[in-house]
Write a protein that binds this ligand. Structure first.
Ligand SMILES: [Zn+2]
Length: 312
């Protein structure tokens, strides 16, 4: 069975119509076949409105319900093209470029679309890093490196955890933290790294209790300055992340939304060697159908500036 488009030509031929997109979405939601959420029946057919109707109890269900596509006015065919664009390009797309490429009516529509997709970039219940993991922090935003331990003006502190695989950086996790105190760093490390792993840090005292938390704590060096002089893997990740934020997004990322950009970067970095772009398309769609829908009001809750008028 055809499982995902291998290239743009296949996307255009296999997922050309809205009907084909709806049916594809059904297959992603019920990979082992339809199961009626009301009666558990497994026989169904499509209605003319693109709903799936249970043959047993006549319950009608939309494949979009409970996904990021719920209540969206954008056709699935546009969503799928947006996902293709986001996953097939090395650095992703800014809202402005997505608006232009897909011919979307407004900047807000493109922005919301990208933000909903970012929420699908973290797989619910994903596992933690394991093995040997390097951990350090960096400031995002602003020019001068900040003083550690004190919140630097206008900057966000981001914890980087990078799996040190043989000869290369493995998977990463990125998490914004309040400050560089142990109270902020420890929960972030626990969320990112499997207990029992080797965690390598510099000599910053915020990491002093990692061995009590169950990690094998390796202090690479005594000296500890944030913003400069990061441990090598984290330094590489930090500079790539900053380049991406400045390049693709031209630095226009507010602190309120930084977490979602970190999620997108993590998704990209961890799959940077994947040769099959179609697989990434498939993966992102699989995430998109299992996460809870995000209403537009929640997306812009903390956003700065004037609120766009309508949902998409
Ligand atoms: Zn039923």
């Amino acid at each position: 069975m055809w499982d995902y488009p291998k290239n743009l030509a296949e996307l255009e031929s296999e997922l050309r119509t809205e009907k084909a997109c709806v049916q594809y979405l059904y297959r992603l939601r019920w990979p082992d076949g339809f199961v009626c959420p009301r009666c558990g029946g497994t026989k169904s057919w499509f209605t003319s409105r693109g709903l799936c109707k249970c043959a047993n109890c006549s319950y009608q269900v939309s494949a979009k319900t409970g996904t990021i596509f719920e209540r969206s006015r954008l056709p699935l065919s546009i969503w799928f093209r947006a996902i293709w664009w986001v996953t097939s390009t090395k650095n992703g797309a800014s809202a402005k470029s997505l608006q232009r490429i897909l011919g979307l009516g407004s900047y807000e529509t493109a922005w919301t679309c990208l933000h909903k997709l970012r929420r699908a970039m973290v797989r619910p219940g994903r596992d933690r890093l394991a093995g040997a993991v390097e951990v350090d922090e960096t400031y995002i935003g602003g020019e001068r490196p900040g003083k550690r331990g004190r919140g630097a003006e206008g900057k966000a502190l981001v914890l980087i955890a990078a799996q040190m695989d043989v000869k290369r950086i493995g998977r990463i996790r990125l998490r914004r933290v309040e400050d560089a105190s142990a109270a902020s760093l420890e929960p972030a490390v626990l969320e990112a790294v499997e207990v029992g792993s080797l965690v390598r840090t510099d000599g910053w005292n915020g990491y002093n209790s990692l061995d009590h938390l169950g990690y094998v704590h390796d202090i690479a060096r005594k000296k500890a300055d944030v913003g400069k002089n990061l441990l090598p893997c984290c330094n590489r990740v930090a500079s790539l992340l900053k380049r991406w934020l400045m390049g693709t997004h031209q630095g226009a990322v507010s602190h309120e939304h930084l977490d979602y950009y970190l999620d997108e970067y993590t998704f990209r970095f961890n799959r940077r060697t994947s040769r099959s772009r179609g697989k990434l398309f498939h993966r992102l769609l699989q995430h998109a159908v299992v996460i809870e829908p995000v209403p537009y009001s929640a997306l812009i809750k903390h956003a700065r500036g004037p609120k766009p008028k309508h949902n998409i």
